[in-house]
Design a protein around this ligand. Structure first.
Ligand SMILES: Cc1cc2nc3c(=O)[nH]c(=O)nc-3n(C[C@H](O)[C@H](O)[C@H](O)COP(=O)(O)O)c2cc1C
Length: 165
């Protein structure tokens, strides 16, 4: 499990090979099993394969090549109708997204959490015909990796733990 967490890297280039629906369902199910305050499960998702829709979304972000190059996108929303505490619900949605990224990695696929597109979140909602109660939290781009993710480092435990009482 520790290896799975540590070997996950963001993948930004994908082959043209499609993702099977069974795999996509497994990934979404991993997201659904994330913890949430009061188990309110405040997330909603849209899966996007259509190249025309991906092209429209690509025009709304600096990371257009990732959006265009990924065979599947998962847009993750927070549903205001299910929300009880905005901060906690945003945190839960983050846990949901990370669960999906780990599931993508466990399946031998690659993915990346795209947040820059949030600057255009209202336009994304229009493109996807999302109801007004949904607020975009992130888009995950995923597919079969065409390259290894960048080597990344992390801070040490000592740098992060400020109190060891
Ligand atoms: C909230 C959030 C927003 C992010 N937004 C973007 C993004 O818009 N574009 C992108 O290429 N990567 C984005 N990333 C991925 C980070 O750049 C990446 O996770 C970080 O550099 C660590 O690299 P790693 O995932 O390979 O370990 C985002 C990650 C998070 C958690």
């Amino acid at each position: 499990m520790h290896d799975l967490i540590k070997t996950r890297r963001s993948t930004r280039k994908f082959t043209s090979k499609e993702i099977e629906d069974e795999q996509l369902n497994k990934i979404i199910e991993a997201g659904i099993w994330a913890p949430s305050g009061l188990n309110n499960q405040p997330w909603k998702m849209a899966t996007i394969k259509d190249s025309g829709t991906r092209k429209s979304l690509a025009s709304l972000t600096h990371y257009s090549s990732i959006i265009k190059g990924a065979p599947v996108l998962i847009a993750v929303f927070l549903d205001a109708n299910l929300s009880y505490d905005h901060t906690k619900d945003v945190q839960a949605t983050g846990a949901c997204i990370q669960n999906m990224l780990l599931a993508i990695h466990a399946l031998g696929l690659g993915g990346v959490w795209l947040g820059e597109i949030l600057k255009s979140k209202d336009k994304v909602s229009k493109v996807l015909n999302a109801p007004e109660n949904l607020e975009l939290m992130a888009i995950i781009a995923l597919g079969h990796p065409a390259e290894e993710g960048d080597k990344k480092s992390r801070k040490s435990v000592e740098e992060v733990v400020f109190l060891n009482n």
